[in-house]
Ligand binder design. Structure first.
Ligand SMILES: *Cc1c(COP(=O)(O)O)cnc(C)c1O
Length: 397
């Protein structure tokens, strides 16, 4: 691959980000950047996206005061209910935005990749709404693990293409999708699923997801008359976290916590904690914190939460953690399952395994928060998709 960073462009977050891609993709990324900058701010785009988010997606999502969970933690905990967005997670915010952008750019087809299937499903939904063909690349191992989501994507009319290279998971699927894109950029938009990849993707995804943080700000001020003391979000690429954090990054009194997948232990073969085990490197066209071995070969990440199973952290969250504006933490698989049990019991809500990382962090660190502290947990998704894994953990199969 021909390495070419965009030095001096605004695609940099400190030493992270950039655009390390082939000539072919460089051109199309510049076109995408220009299209985003010209369409996104227009009244028409804002109005159309607003209607889609509201009437199709169900925004604004509620900010729920979780009274019983709060009593257990010892401070006030609010849940930003992205599980109630249509499709069951925050993913649709970005998919609707990018599908609308693709339609404006007169593309006919969306391609993307998915791990757990959540992003694939939201891309298929958004593609159908905007009248675009959808093809989804998925690691062969992930396809076996997420059989029901594969069926759902196919039912929605998307083509699901197995990726057999590498270890057959998300990292390999992203590589294959970038390769495919280079052959069909004229007709096709790559609907990147998280705040990763070459510039302008991290910026586009962050912009579409920041609707979460904007709503949190309005809702918490309405309920509490002030900003929260802390916001906690789980993540891998960082899209739900950056979406929740963005409007608060300049508010120094609001502490921001990012929770990644600890896996079964912090041993590099059994974890997805790239902030603990990784170092700066280049993957999928951008400089990020990446899990790699001595020879700079990418290491496979491992966690039971498929949506957190990516060996790198996006450029913006990498930078925010490096500069300590955001505090990074992790939760181990067994703590995550315990957090699921607690949320089910206290609030009657079944969280996604990814989301339960943020809850586990709050449970483990509750003594760091004063009694009158106000915490917002970005409740990124519901756990129906994980029911078998969760039931298997508690009751055996
Ligand atoms: C995909 C997913 C995540 C992780 O992705 P980010 O881009 O880091 O937000 C977290 N929670 C849920 C429910 C997801 O579906």
């Amino acid at each position: 691959m021909n390495l070419q960073g965009t030095h001096g462009s605004n695609g940099r977050f400190g030493r992270f980000g950039g655009r390390y891609v082939s000539e072919v993709l460089m051109q199309v990324l510049i076109e995408l950047e220009e299209a985003f900058e010209s369409y996104y701010p227009t009244v028409e785009f804002q109005r159309e996206l607003g209607v889609l988010l509201k009437d199709y997606g169900g925004r604004p999502t509620p900010l729920y005061y979780a009274k019983n969970f709060s009593e257990l933690i010892g401070c006030k905990v609010y849940l930003k209910r992205e599980d109630l967005l249509c499709g069951g997670s925050h993913k649709l915010n970005n998919s609707l935005g990018q599908a609308l952008l693709a339609e404006k750019m007169r593309k006919k087809r969306l391609i993307t990749e998915t791990a757990a299937g959540q992003h694939g499903i939201s891309a298929a939904m958004a593609g159908n709404v905007l009248g675009l063909e959808v093809e989804i690349f998925m690691g062969i191992r992930d396809m076996e693990r997420q059989e029901s989501n594969v069926k759902r994507m196919r039912l929605l009319g998307a083509r699901v293409t197995p990726v057999k290279t590498g270890s057959g998971n998300l990292k390999d699927a992203v590589s294959d999708t970038l390769r495919e894109w280079a052959t069909c950029t004229r007709t096709t938009h790559y609907l990147m699923g998280s705040t990763v990849g070459p510039h302008p993707f991290p910026e586009i995804v962050a912009t579409f997801q920041s609707v979460i943080g904007k709503e949190i700000k309005e809702q918490i001020v309405e309920k509490e008359g002030k900003l929260p003391d802390a916001i906690v979000a789980c993540g891998s690429g960082g899209s739900n976290a950056i979406g929740a954090f963005r409007p608060f990054i300049g508010e120094d009194e609001v502490r921001l916590y990012f929770v990644e997948g600890g896996g079964s232990s912090l041993d590099a073969d059994n974890s997805a904690a790239a902030f603990v085990l990784g170092k700066p490197g280049i993957l999928h066209g951008a400089a990020m914190m990446v899990m790699q071995d001595e020879q700079a070969q990418i290491k496979a990440s491992k966690t039971r939460a498929v949506g957190l199973n990516y060996p790198a952290r996006g450029p913006e969250i990498s930078h925010l953690c490096e500069t300590r504006r955001v505090e990074s933490g992790y939760a181990f698989d067994h703590e995550v399952f315990e957090a699921v049990r607690v949320m089910c019991k206290t609030e009657g809500l079944l969280p996604a395994l990814e989301t339960a990382h943020a809850l586990a962090y709050v449970l483990n660190h509750h003594d760091e928060f004063d009694q009158d502290s106000i915490l917002v947990v970005n409740y990124s998704g519901r756990g129906d998709k994980d029911l078998e894994t969760i039931a298997g953990y508690f009751y055996g199969n």
